[in-house]
Write a protein that binds this ligand. Structure first.
Ligand SMILES: [Zn+2]
Ligand SMILES: [Zn+2]
Length: 255
């Protein structure tokens, strides 16, 4: 398996695109220094993992940014598969508390012993695993789900994941600058008051602020697909001078 790569199992976002599978969903498979991290196992994750030649048994860590189903629907299926029905528990689950307990958790009680360690994701999370670190960042404004930004650091690589949420000024303070890769869940082309998601306008501000070496936009709604993600990525790149790539289903990039 290629070291320091990320594969986008799905790139859909928003109700229509994910739940009518106009684009695939299922999250991202990140390999950082040989550690395999499955991020946001949304609907279809289990299927896409095998489709793209991965094996759930190779997963070391599962990370869930928040409990909305487009990010977590396949968590239980992937855990059942990855742990070989709990015979070989996975090492770590990193997720906000409302994914694993409370009134309406995503994680089935039956699968609580399908991983060895639970790490609570919040804006203070700082967790070391082998040669990498996973850090929780800014709390996002995203109703119905505790949601946090997440960074993945190794000795010489930094990957920053900015999940869903309405843009707020606090998002311009707290993420790492000059990351090797910054991934933005860019659900809409333009800022709108009524949606609690990031737009390409917000991403432009964050690119200017954090100056990553490379950026990927993903998690597209119908509105985004209509305006063509490639064109929006090109426009962001022109404005910021930072290489910006629009993700497509199955896209793999070297970090
Ligand atoms: Zn969400
Ligand atoms: Zn989402």
């Amino acid at each position: 398996m290629l070291k320091n790569t990320i594969t986008f199992l799905g790139t859909g976002g928003g109700r229509v695109v994910v739940f009518r599978q106009i684009r695939h969903s299922g999250g991202m498979w990140l390999n950082l220094e040989g550690v395999n991290i499955l991020i946001d196992p949304g609907p279809g994750s289990l299927v896409r993992i095998f489709e793209h030649g991965f094996d759930t048994r190779d997963i070391d860590i599962i990370v869930v940014s928040h409990r909305h189903l487009d990010h977590s629907a396949d968590l239980n299926s992937v855990l059942e598969s990855a742990s070989e029905s709990k015979k070989n528990p996975k090492d770590v689950l990193v997720a906000p508390i409302d994914v694993v307990e409370g009134e309406d958790p995503i994680l089935l009680k039956y699968l609580k012993d399908s991983f060895s360690q639970y790490v609570q994701l919040n804006d203070q999370t700082d967790f070391e695993y082998k040669t990498i670190k996973i850090k929780g960042r800014i709390k996002h404004i995203h109703p119905g789900a505790e949601t946090y930004g997440i960074e993945f650091h190794s000795g010489n690589k930094k990957v920053v994941y900015v999940p869903c949420g309405k843009f707020h000024e606090g998002m311009l303070e707290g993420y790492s600058e000059n990351a090797d890769l910054m991934i933005f869940n860019t659900t809409f082309p333009h800022r709108t008051e009524k949606y609690y998601h990031l737009s390409a306008d917000d991403v432009e501000l964050m690119l200017e602020r954090y100056k990553p070496k490379k950026a990927v936009i993903t998690h597209f709604s119908l509105a985004m697909l209509k305006e063509e993600p490639d064109k929006i990525a090109a426009k962001l790149q022109r404005k910021t001078n930072i290489p910006v790539i629009a993700a497509y289903d199955g896209m793999k990039i070297q970090i």
